[in-house]
Write a protein of this length. Structure first.
Length: 124
């Protein structure tokens, strides 16, 4: 993944603060963004910047039409967590920061193992 510009970092964090979900599947953390299909270009923009993320949809359910973007596993730990950690503070949005910290706490073991594994790969 290439380095994000300050603008790109701001867009990513703004989207996740306003519309994102910080959770997991019980085994690994995941960040999810679900929005109306009219935002397809924005979802494609995210996938260009985070190529290992996944875009699902469009879904048509309950009168809604939406896409769902997900980041999890190695990609989440390596590429997205550092962006969120650097930018999301209580001063910016206490509620979103608390949700993010909760995810990191619930999945601390997975995150630590993945960070260790990624360091080992990086250093041979």
């Amino acid at each position: 993944m290439r380095e994000l510009s300050d603008f790109e970092r701001g867009v990513v964090v703004g989207l996740l603060v306003g519309e994102g979900s910080f959770g997991g599947d019980g085994k690994q953390p995941q960040v999810t963004l679900r929005m109306h299909v009219r935002h397809e270009a924005l979802f494609r923009w995210l996938v260009e910047r985070f190529p290992e993320s996944r875009l699902y949809g469009p879904y048509h359910h309950g009168g809604r039409s939406y896409f769902q973007w997900m980041a999890r596993g190695s990609m989440l730990v390596r590429d997205l967590l550092p962006v969120i950690e650097a930018e999301l503070t209580d001063t910016l949005d206490g509620h979103a920061a608390e949700r993010f910290r909760g995810m990191c706490t619930r999945y601390a073991g997975f995150i630590a193992r993945e960070q260790r594994r990624l360091r080992e790969l990086e250093h041979g």
